[in-house]
Design a protein around this ligand. Structure first.
Ligand SMILES: [Zn+2]
Length: 329
């Protein structure tokens, strides 16, 4: 229901979100955003005090030096665990670096395996070893080093096929199969659908396995947030997010980072009348207090509570001039 309604949004409904995205670097970054030579003002104060790793990321996000530095500061290290499972697929959540998640997919019917966005090889190898399986495929959503860092080592060890975005194939290490909007690929019996979702980078794809009810949006969509506009524009990001709105609400959203708690602070400030958001924020705070992960969420939860998916919401639109809310935060 919600998907159909959102898909048919008039452009006017999307305008506040576009304005917000144009002006804000809220989306999980710490430094002023520069787009086409124009500096965009910084995000809310709490997001301007990120861990040092993210400052380093903003400066050196293509740099090996930062990979090593992040490892030295790693606070996120933990072994892989089952994120969810159904009759079609088991998905393991693999913490990497400081706040990345890679995802290991175990397809039930064929026994085929894949990993989405291996930030580094060793935690993925350890996860596969717990099941006594090898790796058949590596799926990359975009080129950033903290999503492709394990590609070459894993390919060398297992001979795995590397699948990534056609729009950015030159920047995906070891790529074998390049996919674009509307194309499909198969993991054993399961069909994967591809959306081009630029905005965070110019060649980002989102991966959706409808039968297994799971999506991998990389750094396009986060729990209660969306990705920083490194290489794209705000209108591009909104177009990308809109493409996802028809995905069924039960779908698990396996995003690329554990950013949910800081995202929740802004969302709660921005949308204070949203009871579902209040309940979700309390649950997130409790999970993080115990050092537990907050992802995957479901797409239905995101549509109810993620401000970046809700520019159509009448209460939200009435309550805010969105830019004013951000500017006075
Ligand atoms: Zn990224």
């Amino acid at each position: 229901m919600f998907g159909r309604a959102c898909r048919n949004l008039p452009l006017q409904a999307a305008r506040p979100l576009q304005q917000f995205l144009n002006r804000s670097s809220l989306v999980n970054c710490c430094r002023p955003l520069h787009t086409r030579g124009r500096q965009v003002s910084g995000g809310p104060a709490f997001l301007c005090r990120p861990p040092f790793e993210r400052q380093a990321f903003a400066r050196n996000h293509h740099s090996r030096r930062h990979v090593q530095y992040s490892r030295s500061l790693a606070t996120h290290a933990a072994s892989a665990s089952v994120a969810f499972a159904n009759d079609h697929l088991e998905v393991l959540r693999v913490p990497c670096l400081t706040d990345n998640y890679s995802w290991v997919l175990l397809e039930r019917a064929s026994g085929k395996t894949a990993v989405v966005d291996p930030a580094e090889a060793q935690p993925v190898i350890a996860a596969l070893d717990t099941r006594g399986v090898k790796l058949d495929a590596i799926l990359n959503t975009h080129h950033h080093w903290d999503h492709v860092g394990g590609n070459e080592e894993l390919k060398a060890k297992y001979g795995a096929e590397i699948v990534g975005p056609k729009a950015d194939e030159a920047r995906i290490p070891g790529i074998d199969v390049a996919l674009a909007e509307g194309q499909t690929w198969k993991l054993g019996a399961l069909e994967m659908h591809v959306f081009d979702t630029p905005g965070h980078t110019r060649g980002h794809i989102t991966l959706w396995f409808p039968e297994a009810e799971v999506m991998f949006p990389g750094d396009t969509l986060f729990a209660l947030g969306c990705g920083r506009l490194f290489e794209g524009t705000a209108p591009q990001m909104w177009q990308s997010l809109q493409k996802l709105l028809h995905i069924p609400p039960a779908t698990r959203v396996c995003c690329g980072h554990e950013y949910t708690q800081s995202n929740a602070k802004f969302a709660a400030h921005f949308d204070p009348d949203n009871k579902a958001l209040q309940a979700r924020k309390a649950s997130i705070d409790s999970l993080r207090k115990q050092g537990l992960p907050t992802v995957p969420s479901t797409f239905g939860e995101e549509v109810q509570t993620n401000p970046f998916l809700r520019p159509h919401d009448a209460v939200l639109r009435k309550r805010h001039a969105i830019r004013a809310a951000k500017d006075s935060f």
